[in-house]
Design a protein around this ligand. Structure first.
Ligand SMILES: [Mg+2]
Length: 280
């Protein structure tokens, strides 16, 4: 039984640009002014676009920002707040129905500058009981001198409630952040492919091989088509009596190709069934 579902915030429950693209424009301006020819315009533009999906220090390292560029961006983003209401993705109401009494508990763990992340949580709570859906909300604050990590926060949640890793789920978008932290702790993880979030193709190559032949990445032996082995009329049932494909809910948009995630999707579905929830 899944007893805890740990959600990421940005690009998982709400788009990073939910408050408007102008949110980070002052940050981008500061970085542009500090660029001083360090990066050509096209590279800098791509780097700034990455800021909507990755932490600023990650982007700076990936795109070779100068120390001055990173410092300029950090100085502004540390003062950035959201003051208008945020609604989150359209399926946010699922959280209220996923939350059980007493289980499963929902947790929110988000990384970023503390005041910005805190203002987003408050903005999401202006028009809906966002904060009340969670048993615990944690900010992995990059500007906190005593910062630990998402992995440490996940472990603390497990310890506090005496859950084992298999009794939890981590739901997020970033394979280098919450999904990696969950993997390291042995917690099943589910990636949500929100608009703009790319599946981590490289993980396919680096995933450990699965011993379950059903989910193996190895080519399976070819079998004769069903009709050749057991000749039957091609259309045995009228079209309207065939089983319909289930509607794909955004929260079910997990990777279907990565071996570990195949198991995780099953885990999510089991979690939903065991708690009487049919959204997955
Ligand atoms: Mg995220």
């Amino acid at each position: 039984m899944i007893k805890a579902i740990i959600f990421d915030l940005d690009n998982c429950l709400s788009a990073a640009d939910d408050p408007g693209a102008e949110l980070l424009e002052p940050v981008f301006d500061a970085i542009r002014q500090a660029n001083q020819g360090t990066l050509p315009d096209d590279v800098l533009g791509a780097a700034l676009g990455d800021c909507w999906y990755h932490a600023l220090d990650f982007v700076a390292k990936k795109h070779d920002f100068s120390d001055e560029m990173l410092a300029a961006g950090q100085a502004v983003i540390s003062q950035t707040r959201v003051s208008t209401p945020m609604r989150g993705y359209g399926d946010l109401h699922v959280l209220a129905e996923l939350r059980g009494d007493p289980l499963p508990m929902l947790f929110l763990v988000t990384s970023g500058f503390r005041q910005l992340q805190d203002s987003k949580i408050k903005a999401l709570s202006m028009e809906q009981p966002f904060e009340q859906w969670f048993t615990g909300i944690y900010i992995d604050a990059v500007d906190d001198p005593n910062r630990t990590s998402k992995q440490d926060i996940f472990q603390a949640i497990l310890n506090a409630h005496q859950f084992c890793p298999a009794e939890a789920l981590v739901v997020g978008d970033n394979p280098d952040s919450e999904l990696a932290a969950g993997d390291r702790l042995g917690i099943p993880t589910v990636q949500i492919l929100r608009p703009g979030v790319a599946p981590p193709i490289l993980r396919l190559i680096t995933s450990a091989p699965c011993t379950n032949s059903k989910h193996s990445l190895q080519p399976r032996p070819r079998k004769p088509a069903l009709e050749k082995r057991y000749p039957q009329p091609r259309h045995r049932q009228p079209w309207h009596s065939r089983q319909r494909q289930p509607r794909i809910d955004p929260l079910k948009r997990t990777l279907n190709c990565s071996v570990p995630r195949q198991r995780l999707q099953i885990a999510v579905e089991q979690a939903a069934r065991q708690n009487g929830v049919n959204f997955f």
